[in-house]
Write a protein that binds this ligand. Structure first.
Ligand SMILES: [Fe+2]
Ligand SMILES: [Fe+2]
Length: 246
């Protein structure tokens, strides 16, 4: 039987061995903190190799990772999405809406924050109903626009975050006009209605609560997310191995 201590030692050994590899960050990870136009200063290699696989500083993912594995091993706290999904369920929305709420901010949780609705949708598109990914793509835009018919107001939180004078840019206005007239508008709108800003830290929602919803509505590839050659598989691979040299 492997003890916790032995496991920790093994992990440490793996780390010291692996960190003999040189780890380089993508430009996007540091852009702003440093000027992306300036070449990255590189110390001499000293015969070291560059990291081309798993980053030993991260928990190792299974060889055939599932959506939930990404929640467990790569995403930041997902209480916001879990509580939004539970609220959607409580409000009696369809399973599609519950799933959309559960996944609507995955780009913020584990990939890229800016334009997160689009990134989230793109990650998910090959694996969910088109209506679900469409709704996730446009929830980002619809958040900025009130809809009195469902009691959705411009979020107080946005005034705090972006200032009272923030005006959505023209491309967001255009996306709003497009989404407003679309047949799936209400699916996306329902994400915003159930999108909780101030979730309750005392309420614990487990991923397992949505196992059946995900099982019925998410086409988990048998090769594992990232290894299925789908159009967004490379994005999942990058989340799995964010520091590969190439
Ligand atoms: Fe969002
Ligand atoms: Fe959200």
């Amino acid at each position: 039987m492997t003890t916790t201590m032995q496991r920790a030692e093994a992990a440490e050994h793996a780390m010291s061995e692996e960190l003999d590899r040189i780890v380089v960050k993508s430009v996007l990870y540091t852009s702003g903190e440093r000027d992306p136009r300036v070449p990255v200063p590189r110390p001499p290699d000293q015969g070291k190799l560059y990291l081309m696989r798993h980053d030993p500083r991260l928990p190792k993912m299974p060889d055939k990772p599932t959506l939930f594995d990404f929640f467990r091993y790569r995403f930041g706290p997902s209480a916001h999405m879990l509580q939004s999904a539970r609220l959607a369920q409580k409000n009696g929305t369809s399973e599609k809406v519950v799933l959309a709420c559960l996944l609507h901010d995955i780009a913020i949780a584990g990939f890229i924050r800016s334009d997160h609705g689009y990134w989230s949708a793109q990650l998910l598109e090959p694996y969910v109903d088109e209506e679900v990914s469409w709704a996730i793509r446009y929830h980002q835009t619809l958040r900025f626009f009130a809809d009195e018919s469902v009691g959705y107001k411009y979020p107080e939180m946005y005034v705090k975050l972006f200032g009272a004078d923030y005006q959505p840019e023209p491309h967001i206005q255009a996306a709003y006009r497009y989404a407003r007239d679309h047949k799936w508008y209400m699916t996306s709108r329902l994400i915003t209605v159930n999108d909780l800003y101030s979730f309750d830290p005392s309420v614990k929602v487990e991923l397992e609560e949505f196992e059946n919803v995900v099982g019925r509505n998410f086409k988990q590839p048998k090769e594992g997310l990232g290894f299925d050659a789908g159009p967004s598989a490379h994005m999942w691979r990058t989340i799995n191995w964010p520091t590969r040299y190439l």
